[in-house]
Design a protein around this ligand. Structure first.
Ligand SMILES: C[S@@+](CC[C@H](N)C(=O)[O-])C[C@H]1O[C@@H](n2cnc3c(N)ncnc32)[C@H](O)[C@@H]1O
Length: 271
């Protein structure tokens, strides 16, 4: 007899939400499929600098959504594999790979359970990935399992303190709503929509977990990876809080005066 755990139930609900988001996202200006089809890259400067030149290297992209980032690495010369747990996302990514003729393949898997039976020169994941994971230990072990000795792991992510703020500022300024330190139980949003169209109701719940920076670093170190770099930035490529404003660089958001970091990156390797 198999027993469904609470985590499995929450992950299945999240996968259903991501399935529902895929057709909306592929048609959105946010993801700019038209620009990609015209030869563009769906990668930003932080991602490009963090990964370096991927030409001729094998690259694993975790939580790749419908594949634009993975296909962009392939366009830069990588032999790329993208992984996502959303069946709709993987189906769309495979169709885009076939259409573009780029050197990328896609697998459907829950990231912590991933076992492709091979390793990669580069393991990459970015922007809006960690909050979907109940357990960073399993995620970090999946990274370590797929990284070749001497390989490069790169993560770019929203800063975990963003999770705590109420998105409506109070009279006295920013108000904390959720605890920074929260273990086990997810924050539940009963009716989640999508960041590409806040007016659109999808009628599905989402389950999110905040992971303090110390937890991210400890999970990677605990999986046997050696942290080689870490950085924090006052910018973010989306606007989770209405009191953020557009930065000078197109596509980036900041808080006037840059009072605290909005994003971070980690680079690690396997000895
Ligand atoms: C915000 S996207 C991140 C990718 C990229 N930054 C983007 O915006 O397209 C998050 C992706 O993580 C995937 N995802 C969420 N939880 C997952 C899990 N436990 N295992 C594998 N994929 C997961 C979702 O299906 C979604 O495609």
């Amino acid at each position: 007899m198999t027993t469904t755990t609470a985590n499995e139930t929450w992950l299945a609900a999240n996968a259903a939400l991501w399935d529902a988001r895929v057709p909306v996202h592929t048609d959105s200006d946010w993801y700019d499929l038209r620009g990609f089809r015209a030869g563009g890259l769906a990668l930003d400067d932080i991602e490009r600098a963090g990964v370096g030149d991927p030409a001729g290297r094998s690259l694993l992209h975790l939580q790749c959504h419908f594949g634009l980032g993975t296909l962009s690495w392939a366009r830069l010369g990588a032999d790329a594999v993208g992984v996502d747990f959303s069946a709709a996302a993987v189906e769309r990514a495979r169709a885009l790979a076939a259409e573009s003729g780029l050197n990328a393949r896609f697998e459907q898997a829950e990231v912590s359970a991933l076992d492709l039976g091979r390793t990669f020169d580069i393991c990459f994941t970015s922007w809006g990935v960690l909050m979907w994971l109940p357990d960073l230990g399993g995620w970090a072990r999946a990274v370590a399992r797929h990284l070749s000795p001497g390989g490069r792991f790169f993560l770019a992510e929203g800063h975990p303190h963003l999770f705590i703020w109420d998105d409506v500022p109070g009279r006295d300024g920013y108000r904390p709503l959720h605890p920074y330190f929260r273990h086990g139980e997810p924050v539940v949003d009963a009716e989640a929509g999508t960041y590409v169209d806040p007016a659109l109701a999808l009628g599905l719940p989402q389950y999110r977990w905040n992971h303090p920076l110390s937890e991210v670093v400890s999970a990677l170190a605990g999986a046997g990876l050696r942290i080689t770099g870490m950085a924090e930035y006052p910018v973010l490529p989306w606007q989770p809080l209405p009191w953020m404003t557009a930065a000078d660089e197109p596509g980036w958001w900041r808080i006037p005066g840059d009072p605290f970091p909005l994003s971070f990156t980690i680079t690690a390797t396997k000895d």
